[in-house]
Write a protein that binds this ligand. Structure first.
Ligand code: PLP
Length: 421
């Protein structure tokens, strides 16, 4: 072994220095990738990542300077990502249960904390059972293929999250795509889908680009009329929508009509990572047997389980955190509207400041950062052409002063760039 290491050192490929693969195929691949990357830059859709040098929270320090940045672009809706009790629970779980399981669940990877968390999630949503995944992306990738066959049909909102779209691609059911939140179109598609054995309507509970909430009451009525099941992705709802933060189904009074919920532990519920499905017990039992991202991927690390479990405890003890987030959202939305901005959606902490022009969104976001406020501009192809925006996300741990500073900065920057008179 030492001879191999010595030869590598002589060739200049010692530990730490990158090695370029040799050969014509590797050279061709490199040229193709470089040209593709150039195209992305040329199209103006390059996504760069700002490096944070502190914990996630309302006030950040960016690597290479930039302390005291006010953060308005995380999904840390309840501010639990750096909550002291959540961190303590993670440390305790790490010490007691170790770094990780080195195994998938069904071989040697289920600990008591995984079972406890699944039971807690099911109790939180008032469902029969729950199953954990490494992410909600995995939960969405795993459910449709396991549940639906070529005899069945799935009806999906056209603006559903990419992970739902990918999950549906993987299944062999008949696929219908209805226009965004358009109940007439959904009804027409449901009528067409009567020929199939089972119909599943799949929708985001809250849509992350517009902050709009699916018309679940109407969806559930149609589902009842046409004998369909309802699936919702609650990544942007779990923990804070509804009187007790149970989600969109609680907010709209249809907890007993939605059959399946997928959601994440990586946003409001502590923000570490992980996802889940909760619903009828036989469905969860089937997913444990058939769902590929569950069967063929490592168990959630104990520290991550500890975070989510504590976050749920905090939410089940009191709805004060969710209420505080709702009040701050209201403050931001009403002050920005009074200042002359158009904010899309209603009552949701995702507050898209609609600007229309892609360049305007980019320069305003940059100028906001110059004033110490971190927000992100979104433009085509992430959102439709002509609908560029800056997406602001409110958290329970923003203070009223933080919100007011953000509105003041928006007003200044909006006037400077002609978005406001
Ligand atoms: N579904 C929706 C609506 C999301 O916004 C996201 C995350 O961006 C996901 C699923 C994936 O969640 P996770 O980060 O747990 O994979």
């Amino acid at each position: 072994m030492w001879r191999g290491a010595a030869v590598r050192l002589l060739r200049g490929g010692g530990a730490g220095s990158p090695r370029a693969a040799s050969g014509a195929a590797a050279a061709q691949l490199r040229r193709r990738l470089e040209s593709e990357l150039e195209d992305i830059r040329g199209a103006g859709t390059w996504k760069s990542e700002r490096v944070i040098a502190s914990r996630q929270g309302p006030h950040l320090r960016l690597a290479g300077g930039g302390a005291g940045i006010l953060n308005f672009c995380a999904n840390n809706y309840l501010g639990l990502s750096s909550h002291p009790e959540v961190i303590r629970a993670a440390v305790e779980a790490l010490e007691k249960f170790g770094a990780g399981l080195s195994s998938v669940r069904f071989i040697c990877g289920t600990q008591s904390i995984h079972k406890d968390l699944e039971e807690k999630i099911a109790r939180f949503h008032q469902r029969e059972d729950a199953i954990l995944y490494a992410s909600c992306f995995d939960a969405n990738a795993g459910i449709f293929e396991a549940l639906l066959t070529p005899e069945d049909a799935v009806l999906s909102d056209e603006l559903n999250h990419a992970s739902i779209i990918d999950g549906i691609r993987l299944c062999k059911a008949n696929k219908y795509r209805y226009k965004h939140m358009d109940m007439q179109d959904l009804e027409a598609k449901l009528q067409d889908a009567q020929k199939h054995r089972l119909r599943l309507v799949a929708t985001d509970g809250a849509f992350s680009m517009d902050g709009d909430i699916a018309p679940l009451r109407e969806i559930c009525q149609l589902a009842q009329k046409y004998d369909a099941l309802v699936f919702i992705d609650e990544c942007h709802a779990t923990g804070f929508l509804g009187p007790n933060g149970r989600g969109t189904d609680e907010l709209l009074g249809v907890m007993d009509k939605v059959t399946i919920i997928n959601s994440t532990l990586g946003k409001a519920l502590g923000g570490a990572a992980g996802g889940y499905t909760t619903g009828p017990k036989p469905l969860i039992d089937l997913l444990r047997q058939r769902s590929r991202p569950y069967l063929f991927s490592n168990s959630l690390p104990p520290a991550v389980v500890g975070c989510a479990s504590k976050a749920l405890d905090l939410l089940m003890e009191s709805n004060a955190i969710a209420q505080s987030m709702a009040a701050k959202t209201q403050r931001f939305r009403s002050k920005m509207t009074a200042a002359g901005f158009t904010i899309s959606g209603k009552d949701h902490p995702i507050c898209p400041v609609m600007l229309g022009d892609a360049r305007l969104a980019a320069v305003m976001a940059e100028d906001m950062l110059n004033r110490g406020i971190y927000v992100i501009g979104f433009s085509y192809p992430v959102v439709p052409k002509g609908k560029a925006r800056i997406r602001v996300q409110i958290s329970a741990v923003h203070s009223d002063e933080d919100i007011d500073r953000c509105v003041e900065a928006f007003t200044e920057v909006g006037r400077k760039h002609g978005a406001l008179p």
